[in-house]
Design a protein around this ligand. Sequence first.
Ligand SMILES: [Zn+2]
Length: 428
Amino acid sequence: MKTKRPKASAPPILLTNIGQLVTLRGGAGPRRGRDLGELNIVEDAAVLCAAGKIVSAGTRREAMRDRWLQSRKREVREIDCGGGVVLPGFVDSHTHPVFAAPRLIDFEKRIAGATYEEIASAGGGIGASIAAVRKAPRAALAEIVLSALREMAAQGTTTVEAKSGYALNVEGELKSLEALKVVSASWPGTLVPTLLGAHIVPAEFRDKRGEYLRAICDEMVPTAARRKLAQFVDVFVERGAFTIDEARQVFAAARKWDLGVRAHVCQLTPAQVGPLMEFDPASFDHMDYVGDDELPLLAKSNTVATLLPGALYFLGVTRYPAARKMIDAGVAVALATDYNPGTSPTTNMQMVLSLACTQMKMSPGEAIAAATINGAHALRMAERKGSIEAGKDADFAMFAVRDYREICYWFGSNLCGMAVAGGEVATP
Ligand SMILES: [Zn+2]
């Protein structure tokens, strides 16, 4: 699916009176090592946008001297940022928003110390999400996704990767992707749909997993590609889900249909990612248990390691991924919410930044770059997203703070006052 282009009709806007404009400009490829924390901040700044794109970004004084602006001052809508901080809109590059209900049984049972099996037999677990999504009409799913996306925009997120993966049959996975397509037309941000038919093997295929793999490779992938319902195909590589060899089969099918690939990997157990590299994955996500031996290979590649600390926080796990080690080894690291009903029910990238700093020892600058420009690289959209530079999409998040580090410092509240996506104000 071609992602929605900003509307050419969006009127010119001038963001002005920006105390700190966090541009993240410059540099080819994802940010690595020391460069990760290089934010390229402009103080007392302004940004001019037209037709949904950034025309220029710099100091306010430079902006005021711009001839184009001077000649069309009356047409331009001016947005006073009150001396606050402006970032590129967050790129949340890993979410599972197509579900029907929160998983409160899991939540309460897990707190009480129940095992995975006990939760499942009490009517919780992923089985509950699968049953509910299979039953839900497309319009109902679209409504649920839209309300999550609105919440995300209100918190500064303007680009969201969204996976199917809670139906796990051909009809239900396509219905989930159709729900995303419906929603992408009415949300001003950019939605990047991913087919996650390979989430787990559903119960009815437990003894015939080859048949389920064929359903993914021969039906879900080709139909999603033909109908332009997905840009990526994802596989959950884990004990109890899919093996590396099975992931290779799914990736081969995706590549045949010209879809990008990404994988959930090393969430609970280590895995050797080498055999997946020939498919040029856009990202490997979770990476909680990635081995040190894998890091040089990742550092040489354009595959982004997307870390999801919200899931660990919510599960009460204290062993966070070794972000410092990955960054120091030159691996490109991104941050995302992993928004989903089982393990990470949050839409808030600001909370993820807080977790990245306090639990994974990333600096505030590194966390912000991982949540913007490197998220854009994880979606292979960095030519349009993730930094504030002329020619890129006019996607911004404004914060009512004086210093960008405050965005990571204050936790549990929403500091975003306004988001702009494709040159349009995206917050109520
Ligand atoms: Zn996930």
